[in-house]
Write a protein that binds this ligand. Structure first.
Ligand code: HEC
Length: 152
């Protein structure tokens, strides 16, 4: 009797486990594929909020580096030293290295301008509200780049 119960229990249990496992696998796969990051809705608002104060015409970051986050076109153009976004490869995109604080500390973005003190304190004032981007936002931008960095 006891053996039968165990057998029944096992038979009931296996299909359930398989069903659950395949369900979550399907969810994971579709979660990765059918989830395009939008430049207009996801990426641009984050850059505007955190970077535009310095990286648009008139801002200190734009004046020094020529990098503006105003539009898709200016973002893709990069700085006077070249492109910062390599479509399809977040690992090769300097933008992501700077946001992850993976380069020299003086290059971390957003910039905390304590070491760039000018007479008008332009950078210091602009960086008063600057904060490091949370990992989730950097990952989101990296995903957008890996998906081809489209103007979507
Ligand atoms: C408070 C001002 C300030 C803020 C805010 C700021 N930056 Fe900068 N950024 C600068 C300055 C100034 C430079 C010029 C280079 C230097 O002094 O390191 C610079 C340089 C850069 C560069 C290097 C360009 C190059 O090739 O030399 C990148 C990329 C960059 N910023 C991205 C960003 C991003 C993305 C954000 C927002 C998350 C951001 N910055 C926020 C001031 C700022």
């Amino acid at each position: 009797m006891a053996g039968l119960l165990t057998l029944e229990g096992t038979i009931m249990f296996i299909p359930k486990a398989i069903a659950l496992a395949s369900l979550s696998a399907a969810f994971l796969v579709s979660g990765c594929r059918s989830d395009p990051v939008s430049f207009r809705q996801d990426v641009h608002p984050v850059l505007e909020h955190n970077c535009a104060v310095c990286h648009s015409p008139g801002g200190i970051g734009y004046e020094i580096s020529g990098f503006s986050v105003q539009s898709y076109a200016t973002l893709m153009k990069g700085s006077k030293f070249g492109p910062l976004v390599i479509p399809g490869s977040s690992r090769q995109s300097n933008l992501i290295w700077l946001l992850r604080h993976g380069a020299h500390p003086s290059m971390n973005m957003p910039k905390m301008c304590k070491h760039l003190v000018t007479a008008d304190r332009k950078c210091a004032v602009a960086s008063e509200h600057a904060r490091r981007l949370p990992g989730s936002q950097v990952n989101m931008i990296a995903k957008w780049i890996d998906q081809g960095a489209r103007d979507n």
